[in-house]
Write a protein that binds this ligand. Structure first.
Ligand SMILES: NC(=O)c1ccc[n+]([C@@H]2O[C@H](COP(=O)([O-])OP(=O)(O)OC[C@H]3O[C@@H](n4cnc5c(N)ncnc54)[C@H](OP(=O)(O)O)[C@@H]3O)[C@@H](O)[C@H]2O)c1
Length: 314
C-alpha cells in the first residue's frame, strides 16, 4: 500500500516538474517565436522607465527604444540621465525626456503628474528599487528607521503612484502595459532582508490584482521576479548562466509580455522558482527558511567585515 502511495507521489512530482518546464519553454521561447507576445509599439508612443540609468532599468530603456518607443527616463542623477538619454537618441534616433526625482522622497508625485499626465504613455516600467548594504537583523541595521522609510518609498510608493499617474490615460485609450519589477526574494523567506523581501511581495501582490482589474480595459500588467542579475545592486560583476547581464535578462523577459503575467523572465530563474516551489510543497515547513537564513548569515558576516575594513581605511 505505502509502496503504491510512494510511487504515485513520485509520478505526481515528476509530472508537475515536467508541466512547469514545458510552460516555461512555451513562455520564454515558443510564444515569442510564434509571434504571440504583445506588440509593444501598439501600446502607445512613450515608454516611462523608473531607475533608468543603470542595471535592469537602463536595459529596459535601451530595448524599448530599439523597438521604436520614445523614452522617458526617471532617476535621481541629472548628469547620468542626460548621458543615457543622449546615448539612446544617438543610437536609436528616438525622442527622449528626462525627469530627475528621488523616489525615497514623498513630495515628487505632483511634479511627475505634471510631466507625464498628458503624455501618450504606452509602457510603464516600475523598475526602481533599493535594498540594504548587506543582510542584517531587523533592528540592527544602521539608521534603520530612515532606511526602511526610504526602501518603502522607493520600492512600494513609487510603483503605486506611478501606476496611478499613467493608468487613467491608458484606460481611456484602452491600451497599455505596466511592467513591475519584483524579485525572487518575494517568494523565498528573506530573514536578514525582511523589509526588502516584504516590499517585493507587495509588488507581486499588487501586480496580480491590477492585472485582473485592468485586463478587460486593454491594459496588460506583468510582474517580473528576477533572481540575481549583474548590477550595482546585486554587486555581481561577471555574468554566468544563472546570472545574466541586465540586457540578456530584459531581452528574455520581454519575450514573455502578454504571455506570462507573473514570470521570472529569464529561463534559468524560472528553474530556480520551480525548485523553490517544489521545496515549499514537499519539504517540511521551515527547512527552506533555515537554508536561506544560513546563507544570508554568511553574506552578513562578509558585509560587516567589509564595512569594518572601509571604516579603518578612512
Ligand atoms: N540586480 C539584481 O540581482 C536584482 C534581482 C532581483 C530584483 N532586482 C530589482 O530590479 C530593480 C533594478 O535593480 P538593479 O539591480 O538594476 O539596480 P541598479 O543597477 O542599482 O540601478 C538602480 C537604478 O535606479 C536608480 N535609483 C536608485 N535609487 C533611486 C532613487 N532613490 N530615486 C530614483 N532613482 C533611483 C539608479 O540611478 P541613480 O542612482 O542615478 O538615481 C539606477 O538607475 C530593483 O527594483 C531591484 O530590486 C534586481
Amino acid at each position: 500500500m505505502w509502496e503504491v502511495v510512494g510511487k504515485a507521489a513520485v509520478v505526481l512530482l515528476a509530472a508537475r516538474v515536467c508541466w512547469s518546464l514545458l510552460k516555461g519553454v512555451y513562455g520564454s521561447f515558443l510564444a515569442a517565436a510564434l509571434g504571440l507576445h504583445l506588440s509593444l509599439k501598439k501600446t502607445g508612443d512613450w515608454a516611462v522607465v523608473t531607475g533608468a540609468t543603470d542595471g535592469i532599468g537602463k536595459a529596459y530603456a535601451f530595448e524599448l527604444a530599439r523597438r521604436g518607443l520614445k523614452i522617458v527616463l526617471v532617476s535621481r542623477n541629472p548628469f547620468k540621465l542626460q548621458n543615457v538619454a543622449a546615448e539612446i537618441s544617438t543610437k536609436y534616433g528616438v525622442e527622449t525626456k528626462i525627469v530627475d526625482v528621488d523616489f525615497t522622497k514623498d513630495d515628487i508625485y505632483d511634479r511627475l503628474q505634471r510631466e507625464l499626465g498628458e503624455m501618450d504613455v504606452g509602457v510603464l516600467v516600475n523598475n526602481v528599487g533599493m535594498g540594504f548594504e548587506h543582510p542584517e537583523y531587523f533592528n540592527e541595521l544602521l539608521d534603520c528607521q530612515k532606511t526602511y522609510n526610504s526602501i518603502i518609498n522607493c520600492n512600494i510608493k513609487s510603483l503605486t503612484h506611478m501606476s496611478l499617474i499613467v493608468l487613467p490615460g491608458m484606460a481611456e485609450r484602452k491600451r497599455g502595459l505596466i511592467i513591475n519589477v519584483s524579485s525572487l526574494s518575494s517568494i523565498v523567506p528573506a530573514p536578514l532582508l525582511a523589509v526588502y523581501g516584504a516590499t517585493k511581495a507587495y509588488v507581486d501582490s499588487l501586480s496580480v490584482s491590477l492585472a485582473a482589474e485592468y485586463r478587460s480595459r486593454g491594459i496588460t500588467v506583468q510582474c517580473v521576479l528576477p533572481g540575481f542579475v549583474v548590477s550595482n545592486m546585486s554587486k555581481v560583476k561577471r555574468p554566468s548562466l544563472m546570472i545574466p547581464t541586465p540586457m540578456a535578462y530584459v531581452k528574455s523577459s520581454l519575450k514573455t509580455i502578454g504571455v506570462e503575467a507573473r514570470t521570472a523572465g529569464y529561463y534559468m530563474h524560472k528553474l530556480q522558482i520551480y525548485m523553490i516551489e517544489v521545496m515549499k510543497t514537499y519539504l517540511p515547513g521551515g527547512i527552506l527558511t533555515h537554508i536561506v537564513f544560513n546563507q544570508l548569515k554568511t553574506i552578513r558576516i562578509k558585509g560587516l567585515k567589509k564595512r569594518e575594513r572601509e571604516a579603518k581605511a578612512q
